[in-house]
Design a protein around this ligand. Sequence first.
Ligand SMILES: NC(=O)c1ccc[n+]([C@@H]2O[C@H](COP(=O)([O-])OP(=O)(O)OC[C@H]3O[C@@H](n4cnc5c(N)ncnc54)[C@H](OP(=O)(O)O)[C@@H]3O)[C@@H](O)[C@H]2O)c1
Length: 244
Amino acid sequence: MQSVLITGANRGLGLGMVKYLLKQNKAEKIFATCRSPSEELQKLLQDNKNLHVIQLDVKNTDKFEEVALQISRVVGDNGLNLLINNAGVTTKYTKINLVKPEQLLENLAVNTIAPIILTKTLLPLLKKASEANSDKPVGIERAAVINMSSVLGSIAQNDQGGFYPYRCSKAALNAATKSMSIDLKKDQILVASMHPGWVKTDMGGNKAPLDVATSINGIFDTIYKLREEDSGKFLQYDGTELPW
Ligand SMILES: NC(=O)c1ccc[n+]([C@@H]2O[C@H](COP(=O)([O-])OP(=O)(O)OC[C@H]3O[C@@H](n4cnc5c(N)ncnc54)[C@H](OP(=O)(O)O)[C@@H]3O)[C@@H](O)[C@H]2O)c1
């Protein structure tokens, strides 16, 4: 793969993806976007010439065109192979008697609106990569969008209730994944929703059963195998298909 962009890459799963790609030498150019780079990301930047760190608050959709331009200057006619919409938030008190409009709006802004608008903005670069790699099968070596969703966004698997802001924003992201997979089929761009498992990060907490490395290894093993018939699916890190 020539190029990949990951949002929310300063910590948690996003940082884990950057580390994986660098260690495995899987991408020629890695664009790591974040609100502010962590020490760990800064250290990786010093040691790796193929890593580009771009400042981006994903709620700031007005900045997306500028980001597209920055990437375009580096990738040129090769375009962008893979966009991973990873940045995400959740809120603490989310039972029906406690949920607040601002929590719903914040989760929708980061978890749903940002991935849709960033995908829209980067579409010309994804199309370029798809065209430039037309000899390759549909998949991440050609052009793909992976939306980091959550099993909590599955309506079919919701047997606990609550979590209104997070569940609604990820269910809406899943709806967007499905639409994107249909709309981008003609451009041979693959789109899938991914549940990383319950992972030990700031969001997942330390009771989570999976560590970041296990989740990330599974995610990349899974997404490397995705082909045209997998576009529009909702998959878990280990490749299991989840119900919407
Ligand atoms: N961990 C789990 O068990 C789990 C399970 C299911 C799904 N997921 C999903 O996986 C993705 C990554 O989660 P994680 O566990 O790595 O969470 P995390 O440790 O809380 O990290 C969240 C990342 O998103 C970034 N972010 C939040 N708001 C942002 C904004 N407005 N602009 C730019 N970046 C922003 C954070 O950056 P800052 O440092 O600037 O806040 C951070 O890099 C999320 O989409 C999450 O919903 C996680």
